[in-house]
Design a protein around this ligand. Structure first.
Ligand code: NAD
Length: 432
């Protein structure tokens, strides 16, 4: 199938790089967003999101005349839907954005068009929800127009290169739809393009993230066992991982972000009776912030009135993304326990978060602290020198939830160090 003009609905972290990449590869692209502010910013040549390299790519796309941004779709050869799929408070998938984007396509859909859903979605969304909406046009999916699901699996921070280099899964409602999808993405994808059916493609994306969630849950559970049995979990994991068939992940304060902590719930909602392991993993990871708070409580005795410096609020190292972050839960729980918490996030020093006192500098977080709680392995934190920190703070107590700091160096500078998953007397360590 040949494509000249495409329409990308949703111009966020996924849609904007995708639209820009198609445009710089010669297609006429109409980028569509329902958020007026996003449209205005992009029409004025600005960007509303941060992703390395995106500014240059977007400006090249706009400069070529191939990318135009509007607030509604028009007729095109293909439509790509890349809108959010969050969950509600009760963890049910919120498909309202997917539904409204599909509705917006209906008046413009023509025989022979291709529609691709990229948003991470519960199993059967493409066939049971998107197809019936599009068929309100009077055209039939797989007969009169092509319909496919193609999950996005890029890593924030590396979106532009991974968009092109990653293997891409394209699941069609029929074989010809999958092949039409392949013809479209082959315009820029250099990774392998794997064709399958739409529901398998939806499951692939959900399984990848759920697999990771379950593996992090077992690492977190191991960290709890380590404290019970008096070992160092980091040492135990390092030794276990020397086995060629074992790859245990790192424990920590929990799981956050808008993918791994969200996507497993799509499977749970779709099949609650068949997902006991996935549900248990979600509960283990969601309760991990309480484990960290307990660790702090054990280190200080009582939280009440204690001034605590919380270092790191992002959901993972070296990003500024605070969505669903377990570090924020830890800071909030410490505050609810009576502590006076000063949180510092080097990648978002100006963050405003309800119920949290976020300070704009490390110095301010440390100035009056009695305890330092390290929650994220950000590079700037790894580079801190114990002697330098000792001069910035009266605190001599450290709780390291991510095994980022070399405990002996901090002990040598006068700190008492508690680490997640460690209750081992140093004299007992075999290699000492
Ligand atoms: N960001 C990632 O790293 C990533 C990775 C893999 C998968 N995903 C998935 O991709 C999808 C999109 O995620 P994102 O991070 O780009 O979201 P985002 O929030 O950054 O952007 C989505 C955009 O869609 C717009 N929108 C909402 N409804 C619309 C509609 N009906 N028509 C047109 N635009 C509409 C919003 O205004 C917003 O600008 C989600 O399902 C997400 O789970 C994201």
């Amino acid at each position: 199938m040949k494509f000249e003009k495409i329409c990308v609905l949703g111009l966020g972290y996924i849609g904007l790089p995708t639209a820009s990449t198609f445009a710089t590869h010669g297609l006429q692209v109409l980028g569509v967003d329902v958020n007026r502010q996003v449209v205005d910013t992009l029409q004025n040549g600005g960007l509303h999101i941060h992703e390395p390299g995106l500014r240059t790519l977007f400006q090249a796309a706009i400069g070529s005349g191939n990318l135009i941004v509007e607030d509604g779709p028009q007729a095109a050869d293909a439509f790509i839907i890349a809108v959010p799929t969050p969950f509600y408070e009760d963890k049910r998938a919120d498909l309202s954005f997917v539904k409204s984007a599909a509705e917006a396509v209906v008046p413009h859909l023509r025989a022979g068009n291709l529609v691709v859903l990229e948003s991470t979605s519960p199993p059967r969304t493409t066939v049971d929800i998107v197809a019936p909406i599009l068929e309100k046009s009077g055209l039939r999916a797989g007969k009169d127009f092509f319909l496919a699901y193609s999950p996005e699996r890029v890593l924030p921070g590396q979106i532009l290169s991974e968009l092109i280099e990653n293997a891409r899964v394209i699941g069609g409602v029929d074989r010809l739809s999958a092949e039409a999808g392949r013809d479209l993405y082959a315009i820029f994808v250099r990774g392998e393009i794997v064709l399958t059916d739409a529901t398998t493609a939806e499951m692939v994306k959900l399984m990848e993230n759920t697999y990771r969630d379950v593996n992090i849950a077992i690492a977190n559970e191991f960290s709890r066992l380590a404290e019970r049995f008096g070992i160092d979990i980091w040492e135990a994991i390092a030794i276990a991982n020397r086995h060629q068939r074992v790859k245990i992940l790192n424990p920590g304060p929990g799981v956050g972000g808008h993918c791994i902590s969200v996507d497993p719930w799509f499977l749970v909602e779709a099949a609650p009776d068949l997902t006991p392991l996935i549900q248990a993993s979600r509960h283990v990871n969601d309760s991990q912030p309480q484990v960290i708070v307990e660790l702090v409580r054990k280190a200080v005795g009582s939280l009440h009135g204690r001034v605590i410096a919380v270092l790191g609020l992002a959901y993972k190292p070296d990003v500024d993304d605070l969505r669903e972050s377990p570090a924020i839960d830890v800071a909030r729980l410490l505050g609810e326990g009576g502590a006076l918490v000063r949180s510092y996030e080097p990648y978002k020093p100006g963050a405003r978060l309800e119920g949290l006192h976020v300070v704009p500098s490390l110095e301010q977080a440390l100035a009056e602290a009695e305890v330092i709680v390290l929650l994220v392995r950000h590079k700037p934190f790894l580079e801190l020198r114990p002697a330098q920190i000792a001069r910035l703070t009266p605190a001599r107590l450290i709780v390291d939830a991510v095994n980022a700091w070399d405990a002996p160096s901090w002990q040598a500078a006068g700190f008492v160090v508690s680490r997640l998953g460690v209750r081992k007397s140093r004299v007992m360590a075999v290699d000492e």
